[in-house]
Write a protein that binds this ligand. Structure first.
Ligand code: ADP
Ligand code: MG
Length: 724
């Protein structure tokens, strides 16, 4: 089937597609966490003592002894067998944004040749994947390939089903033989521990006597596009790069603002309900779903959880989303910018820290000015974002997120903090050495008696800020939709730890010299604000004034591309931050810089090859075939003495030659391999290769507007976004 035939067939078939009926769904209490070996299940399967030990480990991160691990392994196996499980897998999170798993059977045979099942504590605790093919920067050579996975008891094991069986999945960390972190979980756990330690110092200086383990929490809002799989199969760019490398803008896009929160198409809603039921079975608390701004774009947000569990759940959510979409004949696009000129997808990471004794330390209550713990923690975040803005930018840097950041619907690539009017005033007053009473939100009254009055929030929201305070948490809005939330969480926890350590150091002498605790806190925070208030910004982050002012007057960094952002990992402040807190050693950090750089370069190279391929084998032939039809028509017409305007043929010929000239330039550019260092290679990709890809695309998209629609080989934007 030629390209245009598959496109036209896809359109006609998709028009007839109906929602995929699933069995009558079961009520929530019948399915909730049914496939999870969580504390509730453990209580049923474990002895009282083993359960107590496990619960303590889950809640405080305290160590578990080998004997208990044996008991847990036996119980886990017993439970898993009731689910039809024959295989188990240590699931881990390599430095890519992916999830990795190696499956092993429970089966062993005895001397009589009988098959029995076996699963011991040591099998549960440690796995040894042949991990030499996972990216590791310079941490491990292929001839020194030993890597270990080790069970993380603080994230519950669960069962994944396929139509033919089930596998027990055991969340794990992944390290090299020499003990370096090769994954995204170890740094997250370490960053949480560093934050806990620093937070306890500050809280005990503040006179708190009972302080339980502090944990960071994360609630991630995941945006995504859903398109019919038949369209994706007809587009090599979507299939291999996750985004369209060509595509002229449709006549109707999102300009009517009619998609956000609009009625959800039935086929999509049926997918969502199926998807969410599977999440519930896996103990993932899916809470909100709605249409997003662009046609064909949606969002799902689970309720927040402890950061480590939320991060594992986020990875699992993306996997389940893709699998379920496929069953419903869709492809879920998690790329940050699948369609140029249309809103991209982010993953807003809502983050707070707290414990069971002091509660959420980022919750101001109704009188923030009296909540000294809150002021210190919030101040610590302000300092962190200012001091480590480039790091926050680096942890969200990727070839795909570059297309979104700074575009006019996504947070800018300049890191600033939005506090809202009420809090901004509190902190600006503190900068002047005062702590004044705050404005309250008051009652909402719209003058309609039948609408019950409610309390208004004390501050508005700001959608243009990359890092916004939203009532009782911060929302890091610049994170990309395909990314693991771990990197951002590690950066936030670690910068917070660093700031809390700084605060503790200043607070101790201040408390000793000042009689009044409030005065001591104001003194420390005044010093903090004197140095860091430049990062607080409540205005329009999309505006060009801000882009200029942020850099020229506020001294903030604008790092538009990954090539600009990644080198932050090699800066002395960042190396010092991670080593002083024990989150990443200098070599572990260096390896991350190398892995992320390599991923960036590889992504751009794959895209460039696809651009060359699609231009040469799909667009150019379509243009030539139509051109030959046209020239045939012109010569027949002229033999009849009819003169036709040949402008369109000239336009096609000129765009096609321009495109192929661009292809030649891109091929030559890709032949360059001698770069003095990684940074030079990154910059070359960002500046040279990306620019050539865009140039070729320009010609290709012009051709799409000139060539007969029935010959066009690639599904068009309007078709992919609007036909469900
Ligand atoms: P929005 O109005 O920002 O789109 P949503 O309801 O879509 O809000 O998502 C907000 C996310 O923030 C949810 O995942 C929610 O559970 C999470 N969240 C709420 N409170 C906290 C908190 N204290 N810490 C971390 N995340 C939180
Ligand atoms: Mg939302």
């Amino acid at each position: 089937m030629s390209g245009n035939e598959s496109r036209l067939l896809a359109v006609s078939e998709i028009c007839k597609a109906t929602p995929m009926a699933v069995e009558m769904p079961l009520p929530l209490n019948k399915i909730w966490a049914d496939d999870v070996f969580n504390l509730a299940t453990m209580e049923e399967y474990l002895s009282k003592n083993a359960f107590k030990a496990m619960k303590n480990t889950v809640q405080t991160g305290s160590p578990l002894d080998a004997a208990t691990a044996d008991v847990v392994a036996a119980a886990m196996k017993e439970w898993a067998l009731t689910k039809g499980v024959k295989f188990f897998s240590h699931i881990f999170y390599p430095m890519t944004n992916a999830t990795a798993e190696k499956h092993d059977g429970f089966i062993v045979t005895n001397s009589d040749g009988n098959a029995i099942t076996e699963f011991t504590g040591s099998l549960l605790i440690k796995g040894e994947p042949d991990g030499s093919s996972f990216p590791n920067g310079s941490l491990r050579m292929t001839n020194a390939a030993r890597g270990y996975t080790a069970w993380d008891p603080t994230s519950p094991a669960y069962v994944m089903h396929t139509p033919n069986g089930a596998t027990l999945m055991i969340p794990s960390v992944f390290m090299s033989w020499t003990g370096e972190a090769l994954d995204k979980k170890i740094p997250l756990l370490r960053s949480n521990a560093a934050m806990d330690k620093a937070a306890k110092k500050v809280l005990s200086l503040m006179g708190e006597t009972e302080i339980s383990t502090l944990n960071s929490s994360c609630g991630a809002e995941q945006e995504y596009f859903l398109i019919d799989e038949k369209f994706a199969y007809a587009r090599p760019d979507l299939l291999l790069a996750g985004r369209t490398l060509f595509g002229a803008p449709p006549a109707k896009g999102q300009q009517f603002d009619d998609h956000y929160f609009g009625a959800i198409p039935e086929r999509v809603q049926v997918f969502m309900q199926d998807f969410e039921d599977q999440l519930y079975r896996l103990g993932i608390p899916a809470k909100t779903h709605h249409n997003e701004v662009a046609p064909g774009q949606f969002e799902i947000a689970p309720y927040f959880e402890a950061a480590n569990v939320a991060s594992d759940h986020q990875q699992l959510l993306m996997t389940v989303m893709k699998l379920t979409a496929k069953r419903h004949g869709f492809v879920a696009l998690l790329h940050e910018k699948p369609f140029a000129g249309v809103n991209g997808s982010g993953k807003h990471v809502n983050w707070s820290v707290g414990n069971s004794t002091q509660g959420n330390l980022l919750d101001p209550g109704s009188t923030p000015e009296q909540n000294l713990n809150f002021l210190l923690f919030c101040g610590a975040v302000i300092r962190g974002v200012h001091k480590f803005g480039p790091l926050l930018r680096a942890v969200i840097a990727s070839a795909s997120n570059d297309h979104r950041l700074g575009a006019n619907e996504a947070p800018p690539a300049i890191l600033s903090v939005y506090l809202g009017t009420q809090l901004e005033k509190v902190f600006m007053d503190i900068k002047e050495g005062n702590l004044a009473a705050t404005e309250q939100g008051g009652q909402m009254d719209i003058g309609l008696g039948q609408i019950l009055p409610f309390k208004r929030d004390p501050g508005d929201r700001n959608r243009t800020s990359p890092f916004a305070f939203t009532g009782n948490r911060f929302e890091f809005r610049a994170v990309g939709s395909s990314q693991s939330v771990s990197g951002p969480l590690v950066a936030m926890n670690t910068m917070l730890a660093d700031s809390l350590n700084w605060i503790a150091e200043k607070l101790e002498p201040a408390l000793a010299s000042e009689v009044d605790k409030t005065a001591a806190v104001v003194m420390v925070l005044k010093e903090l604000m004197d140095e860091h208030s430049n990062v607080v910004f409540g205005g329009d982050g999309y505006s060009s004034e801000w882009h200029e002012k942020a850099v020229a007057e506020r001294g903030l960094k604008n790092l538009p591309t990954t090539a600009d952002a990644l080198p932050a990992f090699t800066s002395p402040e960042v190396i010092q931050l991670f080593s002083s807190t024990g989150v990443l050693s200098p070599v572990e950090l260096e390896s991350r810089y190398e892995v992320y750089s390599e991923q960036y370069v590889q992504t751009i190279e794959v895209e460039a090859k696809l651009v060359i391929d699609i231009a040469t084998t799909k667009i150019y032939p379509a243009a030539m075939s139509y051109l030959s039809d046209l020239t045939g028509t012109y010569s027949s017409a002229s033999s009849l003495g009819i003169s036709l305007d040949t402008g369109i043929a000239s336009a096609i010929a000129s765009a096609a030659s321009g495109m192929m000239a661009g292809v030649e330039k891109l091929k030559t550019a890709m032949g360059k391999h001698d770069f003095p260092d990684t940074e030079a290679h990154l910059v070359y990709c960002a500046k040279e290769i990306c620019a050539l890809m865009l140039e070729i695309r320009g010609y290709g998209d012009t051709l799409e507007t000139l060539v007969d629609d029935s010959c066009w080989p690639l599904p068009k934007y309007a078709e992919m976004m609007f036909i469900k």
